[in-house]
Design a protein around this ligand. Structure first.
Ligand code: HEM
Length: 453
C-alpha cells in the first residue's frame, strides 16, 4: 500500500489516516504537528480514525457526539489514570486523577468547593493588586513578548492565591523558571524511565518545588493563617471520614494547581489579547462594558459577571485556540463505537483544536465571532461542542478561577493601555506542548489618557 493512502484495517479498527512510517508510524508527525495530522485524518476518514504509534494503537474521536462519549465514559470504558504517564512521574501515583476513582473522588471533594461561588471573591483583590504591580513594571510605554511577560504575571497571581501572601509575594523570577523547568520535563513520547536531560532537569525542579511546598505546609500547620486562605483551608481539611489529608497529597495539590494554572492560563490569556487586538471593534466593546466598573479595587463577582462581552470573547478564544489541544484516555475494555472495534489498551484521543472548527458545529468556524456565545453557551457545553476546559467529572477544576483572572487582567490592561500587535499573525507553538502563541508574538503599548484609568 502506498504511504500516502488511508488504510482500512481488517480487524474492525477505524480506518487509519495516511502517512504512517514503517516502525515509527505517525509518531514523528504527532511530535511535530499533531493538529495538522488530525485535520488530515478528518479530511481523509471522518470523525473516527486510527493512528499508529510505536507499540500502541490510537484512535481519534472528533465532534460533539464523540466528545460526549469521551467524557461520559471516562472512569468507565475509558481511563484517564493511565492516559498521561508523564503526569504520574511529575506528580505521583495515587494522587488526584491518577488515583483509583474512589480515592480521586475523595480528594476532589476537598478541592472543588474552593474554586466555586463566593470562594472566588477572595481571589479578586490579589488579581487586581498583581495587575497594578504589572502596570508599574510596564511603565508608560514600551514593547514586550506576550508570554514572557504575561506568564510571570499569571504565575504570581496563582502563587499568591494558592500559596498565600508570604510565599506568593516573595515569589520571584527564579520560582517561575523552576516551574518552567518542571513543565519542560513533561516527556510525552519516550518511556518515562529514559534519562533525557529535560526530564532529569524537570525531576530536580519537581523535587526542589516539593521541598519548598512541604516546608510551607508544615509552617501553616504550626502557625495557621487567620482568616484562612486556600492553602490554610486545604491544610485544615479532612476527608469525609474525618481522616486528615496527608502532607504529600497537599503538596501535590498545590503543585498541580500552580502548575496547571499558569501553564494553561498563560496561553489562553495571550491568545485572547491577540484575538482582541486583531479585532479592534471588540476591544471597543470590552472597554465600554468595563467603563462603569471600579477596576482600581472595588470589584466584586457581580461586576465580573457583568463583563459579558469579554466573557464571550474569551469563549471564542477558547474555541479557536484551545491550549489543551488534545486530551487522552485509554480503553480499559474492548468496545464497539460506530460499527468499529476499539480494543482494550487503545489510546483514545479527543481533539478540541480540530473539533472546535468543524463547520457542522459552529458557523464560519475559522472566524473570531464572540457574539455566537451571546446566548446558549450553556447549551454548547451540554452538547460538548466547546471543550477547551474538558468535560464531565474531570472538567477543569480551575475553570472559574481562570476566567475570573483573565477577565480582570484583560479589562484592566485594555482600559489603561493602547496595545498594537507587532506580529500580526502569530502561530501556535509546534508539537504537543501546551499551545501558547509562539515567539515572536510582541505587542507595543502606550498608556491611555488619565481620564480612562
Ligand atoms: C485557561 C486556563 C485553563 C485551561 C485551558 C485548562 C484546561 C483544562 C483541561 C482541558 C482539563 C481536562 C483534561 C482532561 O480531561 O484530560 C483540565 C483539568 C484540570 N485543570 Fe485546568 N485549565 C486551566 C486552568 C486551570 C487552573 C487555573 C487550575 C487551578 C486550579 C486548573 C486545574 C486543573 C485540574 C486540577 C484538572 C484536573 C481535573 C480532574 O481530573 O478532576 N486548571 N484543565
Amino acid at each position: 500500500m502506498a504511504r500516502g493512502a488511508t488504510t482500512v484495517l481488517g480487524d474492525g479498527l477505524p480506518p487509519r489516516v495516511s502517512g504512517a512510517l514503517p516502525l515509527l508510524g505517525h509518531v514523528v508527525e504527532v511530535a511535530r504537528a499533531p493538529v495538522g495530522l488530525i485535520e488530515r485524518g478528518h479530511r481523509e476518514v471522518g470523525d473516527v480514525f486510527s493512528l499508529r504509534l510505536p507499540g500502541k494503537r490510537a484512535v481519534v474521536l472528533l465532534g460533539a457526539r464523540h466528545n460526549r462519549f469521551f467524557f461520559a465514559e471516562t472512569d468507565r470504558k475509558l481511563s484517564i489514570r493511565t492516559a498521561y504517564p508523564f503526569f504520574e512521574r511529575m506528580f505521583s501515583p495515587g494522587f488526584y486523577f491518577f488515583a483509583d476513582p474512589d480515592e480521586y473522588r475523595r480528594q476532589r471533594e476537598i478541592v472543588v468547593p474552593r474554586f466555586r461561588g463566593r470562594e472566588l471573591d477572595g481571589y479578586l483583590a490579589v488579581v487586581l493588586d498583581e495587575t497594578a504591580a504589572f502596570e508599574r513594571h510596564l511603565g508608560d510605554a514600551g514593547e514586550f513578548e506576550l508570554t514572557d511577560e504575561l506568564g510571570p504575571l499569571v504565575m504570581r497571581i496563582a502563587a499568591r492565591c494558592f500559596l498565600g501572601p508570604d510565599f506568593g509575594s516573595r515569589m520571584d523570577r527564579d520560582f517561575f523558571d523552576e516551574f518552567r523547568r518542571f513543565s519542560a520535563g513533561m516527556n510525552l513520547f519516550a518511556p518515562q524511565w529514559l534519562p533525557l536531560p529535560s526530564v532529569l532537569r524537570g525531576n530536580r525542579a519537581r523535587d526542589r518545588l516539593r521541598c519548598a511546598l512541604g516546608a510551607l505546609v508544615r509552617a501553616r500547620r504550626a502557625a495557621p493563617l487567620e482568616p484562612p486562605d486556600l492553602l490554610q483551608a486545604l491544610v485544615g481539611a479532612t476527608y469525609a471520614d474525618g481522616t486528615p489529608v496527608p502532607d504529600p497529597v497537599l503538596v501535590n495539590m498545590i503543585l498541580l494547581f500552580t502548575w496547571a494554572g499558569h501553564e494553561t492560563t498563560t496561553g489562553h490569556i495571550s491568545w485572547a489579547l491577540v484575538d482582541l487586538l486583531r479585532h479592534p471593534d471588540h476591544v471597543g466593546r470590552v472597554r465600554a462594558e468595563a467603563g462603569g466598573l471600579d477596576l482600581a479595587g472595588g470589584l466584586d463577582l457581580t461586576d465580573v459577571k457583568r463583563m459579558a462581552h469579554l466573557d464571550n470573547c474569551l469563549h471564542e478564544t477558547e474555541r479557536l485556540h484551545p491550549v489543551a489541544h488534545v486530551l487522552a484516555r485509554q480503553a480499559v475494555e474492548t468496545f464497539r463505537l460506530d460499527g468499529h472495534v476499539i480494543p482494550e489498551g487503545t489510546v483514545v484521543i479527543a481533539a478540541p483544536s480540530v473539533s472546535h472548527r468543524l463547520p457542522g458545529e459552529h458557523a464560519r468556524p475559522d472566524e473570531f465571532r464572540p457574539d455566537r456565545f451571546a446566548d446558549g453557551r450553556a447549551g454548547r457545553r451540554e452538547r460538548q461542542s466547546l471543550i477547551g476546559f474538558g468535560g464531565g467529572l474531570h472538567r477543569c477544576t480551575g475553570v472559574h478561577f481562570a476566567y475570573l483572572q483573565m477577565k480582570v487582567v484583560l479589562a484592566r490592561l485594555l482600559r489603561r493601555y493602547d496595545f498594537t500587535l507587532l506580529d500580526p499573525d502569530p502561530r501556535p507553538v509546534r508539537g504537543m506542548r501546551t499551545k501558547w502563541p509562539a515567539a515572536p508574538c510582541r505587542v507595543r503599548y502606550a498608556r491611555r489618557g488619565q481620564a480612562v484609568v
